[in-house]
Design a protein around this ligand. Structure first.
Ligand SMILES: N=c1c2ncn([C@@H]3O[C@H](COP(=O)(O)OP(=O)(O)OP(=O)(O)O)[C@@H](O)[C@H]3O)c2ncn1[C@@H]1O[C@H](COP(=O)(O)O)[C@@H](O)[C@H]1O
Length: 108
């Protein structure tokens, strides 16, 4: 069973942990450690995701991808980025080829 709003739901849970007890919430602990630690975790989870893509199973890749998305959402929450901000960028790119999009980005 899948929930298409799972990223929004998880983001709301993550936001609710701001200022929470670092001893009872992993997310609160990450916020407590600060942006550099959260960004480091995103980097580590990205590397683990790549390793599973190259040498693991689809199941392990999916699991590492979930860890990566969770930590990325914590980073967005810490930096004041809403999932809707990212969705809007993706929406704006719909129908534009990747090559065209790169050209537009390097011109601005
Ligand atoms: N999706 C996740 C999620 N994915 C991964 N993790 C945690 O991320 C941690 C990654 O493990 P690591 O050993 O890499 O990290 P670490 O233990 O911080 O070690 P260091 O790198 O800091 O040394 C594990 O403790 C995982 O449990 C998550 N923790 C929480 N969530 C979601 O966030 C919600 C709120 O969680 P709490 O804030 O803990 O209540 C949960 O209900 C879940 O839905």
């Amino acid at each position: 069973m899948s929930n298409p709003a799972i990223l929004d739901d998880l983001y709301a849970t993550i936001l609710s942990r701001k200022g929470g007890d670092p001893d009872s919430s992993h997310t609160a602990r990450l916020f407590h450690k600060g942006r550099a630690k959260i960004a480091q975790k995103v980097g580590e989870e990205a590397v683990e995701t790549v390793i599973e893509a190259m040498a693991g199973t689809p199941e392990k890749l999916a699991s590492e991808s979930a860890d990566l998305l969770y930590h990325l959402l914590v980073l967005w929450a810490d930096a004041g980025v809403q999932p809707a901000d990212v969705y809007a960028i993706l929406e704006g790119r719909k129908g534009v080829s990747g090559i065209e999009e790169k050209k537009n980005r390097t011109q601005t």
